[in-house]
Design a protein around this ligand. Sequence first.
Ligand code: FAD
Ligand code: DLZ
Ligand code: SF4
Length: 502
Amino acid sequence: MPRRLLLVLGDQLSVDKGALAGADPERDVIVMAEVREEATYVRHNRHKIAFLFAAMRHFRDELRELGYEVIYFDLGAGLESIEEAVRRALGQCGAQEVRCCEPGEYRLLDAIRGWELPVACEIIEDDRFLVGHDAFAAWADGRKSLRMEYFYREVRRDYALLLASGGEPAGGRWNFDAENRSGWRGKATLPERVTPTRSAITREVLQLVEDAFPDHPGDLARFSYATTRAAAREELQFFLDHCLQDFGRYQDALAEESPWLFHSVISMYINVGLLDPLAVCNSVEERYRAGHCDIAAAEGFIRQVAGWREYVRGIYWLHMPGYEQLNALAAQRPLPDWFWTGDTDMRCLSRALQQTLELGYAHHIQRLMVIGNFCLLAGLDVQEVCDWYLAVYVDAFEWVELPNTLGMALHADNGVMASKPYAASGKYIQRQGNHCKDCRYTPSKTTGEKACPFNSLYWRFIHRHAQRWEKNPRMALALRNWRRKSHDEQAAILGWADSVCD
Ligand code: FAD
Ligand code: DLZ
Ligand code: SF4
């Protein structure tokens, strides 16, 4: 049998999937590499780079224990690109073919397709998802609109997730979203999160990243991510034991006191292969069946992983390349510099930005309804915003970041992802949490020094795209409310909105 070189990328750390499916330690050699190009194509948060390098090094050791020969280039080897690493490894091991699993970003897939290696290079489909490319394309085929809810029901059926007898949904409904919208009033006890122990490998990587990427964001003194499979499982266990029961209720909440609330903080582990998405869903369902959490919590969580996560991935590959260029609302205002410091008087925004930059994490409502909402209403440049999101979050890879940002948050894809924009005034943010009480602005005011900037920006957004909303019944109420205002009031709001942005 000819020797094969198996390429494993930093977000492909699954022992028996991807390029490693059916691998044989007798025959195959594995190559992994820390390279500058992947670390700098956007200004990645240092947490993201450190998490990936440390997890890669632990995975290398896991593979060696399984008997594999692993050629591992650390950053000190000075390699620029993945291609250079593959060429160097081929020179060392003399393999007669290369196999890799498709990357999660079109950018890199395109590059790999263009490699001119001395041996053949096979690219196989990523099998770490519940729904493959063909299955998603078949589901999407002929549908006028691709709504997540219908897709999600099929995934539930196909994987027998939360089903009662006869294939009906457990609890009698497919969706318990309506139960999952409580705001945060500081009433529930927040779980005390424990920082995973840092291994010698992780400590070494933290120092390396600190030294090698001085101008990237991220406060590594606060690094608290798991970097091994076992530690990632412990993080999941923590969520099941201490957060799941309250997850649904506070899923959409915003809190001054905590960056995490009752969220699982496991997206990074699922995305790089340290946790398996189906196993995660099954463990949540087990908790529900054992009576440890209610249906709204279990369904709310499984909808995110088996529904949204698979759905956005399907949308990405269905529409790439080309999706990344969309800018349906012609948003072109440059990203403000303070997106890299969090220095703004808008309390909700500064809290979300600061924790994002310092920790590489913000939960969904901060990403969508605080930061994303601001970008949408202010008309910030779509590509700049997407690059920012790709850089700052530990869990960000383009297959998941782009549809969520460009499609869901910025409504730049002509409504492929969402039938109406996720646009909201300060009242929504006030309802969902307790940031407003510590803010210099007031959510009940729309113009004047104390006015919450989200309010005038919201109305300007409705006004600017009024023609578009006329064709969208879901925006009819907002449009009617805007048109009910007097000419003078409209002019004052629009004038104030312009001053807010300048
Ligand atoms: P929880 O709230 O505990 O949710 C559980 C799990 O569900 C997550 O771990 C994740 O695997 C999955 N999930 C939930 N919502 C989504 C979603 N909309 N899309 C995909 N998976 C989802 N998620 C990423 O993994 N990477 C990104 O780069 C990313 N960028 C985003 C950008 C924007 C503008 C928005 C609105 C959302 C983005 N998300 C992204 C989705 C979501 O915000 C994160 O998955 C979630 O905040 C991760 O935190 P958690 O693990 O505590 O999630
Ligand atoms: C994000 C990232 C970073 C920062 N560094 C590396 C690296 O040095 N080596 C590597 O194999 N992968 C890295 N990654 C992850 C890749 O960027 C990722 O595989 C692609 O973006 C596709 O999802
Ligand atoms: Fe955010 Fe406006 Fe509330 Fe301030 S008043 S925290 S800017 S919503």
